[in-house]
Design a binder for this molecule. Structure first.
Ligand code: ADP
Ligand code: MG
Length: 433
């Protein structure tokens, strides 16, 4: 039995233990790693993540009434809320993620309203490590969104599912994160990366071609979780916004490499360095995608190494351990290596020749021991399929969508606004006639 099957079975068994029956639907969604394109997402830039083999599974069933109960194998106890009581700021802790997804789906006026019979019981199990930069949060959101979409008969599009996860995290949990994770987790495909333009929110599946090129990817987790990661993130984000403002553009996406010299005349030294990272990183993502499209994944290696240098020297978000991991991996034969994730700790992703995993891993472990750093956790990472329904194989047909007319709202911009509520009321009126 595969790993994916095992975690799915655990979730189904956990559901049965908790609720005394079998689930109606089971959805799973993977974690993700970003191959290249760091701190570009909130600058309307380019990213190239891929889904990994570890997954979060949501087993769920309808129940009478409008109470939603969530449980997770990772946490004690159950959290219950009436759908109508879920609101930004009303929830703390892990349950804000799944209940926030329920809220976000129910608030989208383009979708059928879940109505008075929105009651659901949910059980979560996962082998995505929590809080280590593999986006256990998006895996949780998207698995839950898939399950609720089925149970409520919403017929949500992929973009509406992505939007529900993103809004749950930003509005209900209150974490100001970009749209990359939800895209990677939903759209990922085996052996492929997801090339996402964060300005247009258009994505493209790009085959990595690692097998034919006899290459593989490993992840080196330094184990460091920097206490100031959130402050550092906010500071870098502010620097990027300042740079864009001073350069008179809506975001740094509008600055290309050839305009950097002029930008250097307009910005102070530190702000310029922050901007230069973002501008050159976008260019590196484009080059990486071009190399992959040309069937030359080995060419991505040097771009990864250049990305790391840019994060170390210009964006200043690496640590001694991250630098040591990346440099040692390259010295031990990796084609390229870079810090992945927000920075100030976390992991390095390295592109290595097939079979080099033991040797590269040992070199990194030795280097960490020599530097008196605690032992890193090193694992191969396999680009894997995105979110999917595990059960049943044939979904129930969705209910009709609300008629949209004057209240047509983009799901990305719709909110708890009265327009949203009104649109739903209009829809209820239209079907009760
Ligand atoms: P990351 O996404 O990098 O793993 P985040 O801080 O964004 O880290 O999200 C982690 C949070 O998501 C956890 O603290 C928890 O609230 C929630 N979470 C993730 N996975 C699970 C799970 N299997 N069960 C319950 N909550 C989870
Ligand atoms: Mg997260």
């Amino acid at each position: 039995m595969s790993f994916v099957g095992a975690i799915t079975e655990k979730a189904v068994a956990g559901f049965a233990d908790s609720y005394g029956r079998a689930p109606d639907v089971v959805w799973s969604a993977p974690g993700r790693v970003n191959l290249i394109g760091e701190h570009t997402d909130y600058n309307e830039g380019l990213v190239l993540p891929f889904a990994i083999s570890q997954r979060t599974v949501a087993a769920a069933a309808r129940r009478p009434g409008d109470v939603i109960t969530v449980r997770s194998a990772a946490f004690e106890g159950a959290v219950s809320a009436r759908l109508a009581d879920i609101a930004p700021g009303a929830l703390a802790g892990w349950a804000a993620y799944p209940l926030g997804v329920a809220w976000a789906l129910s608030q989208n006026p383009d979708l059928p309203a879940p109505g008075q019979e929105a009651g659901v019981e949910l059980f979560i199990d996962s082998d995505v490590p929590v809080g280590s930069g593999l986006s256990s949060s998006a895996a949780l959101e998207i698995a839950v969104a898939g399950a609720l979409d089925d149970l409520w008969g919403l017929g949500a599009s992929g973009n509406e599912v992505i939007d529900a996860g993103h809004r749950a995290e930003n509005v209900v949990v209150g974490a100001p994160t970009g749209i990359m994770d939800q895209f990677a987790v939903l759209r990922g495909e085996e052996g492929c990366a997801v090339f996402l333009d964060c300005r247009t929110e258009v994505d493209e599946i790009v085959p990595l071609g690692l097998g034919p090129a006899s290459l593989e990817l490993i992840l080196i987790d330094t184990g460091q979780r920097h206490a100031n990661a959130a402050g550092g993130y906010a500071d870098r984000r502010a620097a990027c916004e300042r740079a864009a403002r001073l350069l008179g553009v809506p975001s740094l996406r509008y600055i290309t490499v050839d305009k950097l010299a002029r930008a250097g005349e307009l910005l102070d030294e530190v702000t310029f360095r922050r901007a230069r990272h973002v501008v050159t990183e976008n260019a590196r993502v484009e080059e990486a995608v071009a190399a992959l499209r040309a069937g030359n994944p080995a060419a991505v290696g040097p771009l990864m190494t250049a990305s790391h240098a840019s994060m170390r020297d210009d964006f200043a978000i690496t640590t001694t351990a991250l630098d040591l991991a990346a440099e040692t991996a390259v010295r031990a034969g990796a084609l390229g290596a870079r810090m992945t994730g927000g920075g100030f700790g976390g992991s390095v992703i390295a592109l290595i020749p097939e079979g080099a995993y033991p040797a590269v891993g040992q070199s990194v472990r030795d280097a960490f021991a020599a530097a008196a750093l605690s032992a890193p956790a090193i694992q191969p990472v396999t680009p894997s399929p995105g979110a999917r329904r595990e059960y049943p194989t044939v979904p129930l047909p969705p209910r009709p969508r609300p008629s949209r007319g004057a209240f047509q709202a983009s799901s990305r911009s719709s909110s708890t606004s009265s327009a949203g509520r009104l649109a739903r009321i209009m829809w209820l009126v239209s079907i009760s006639r």
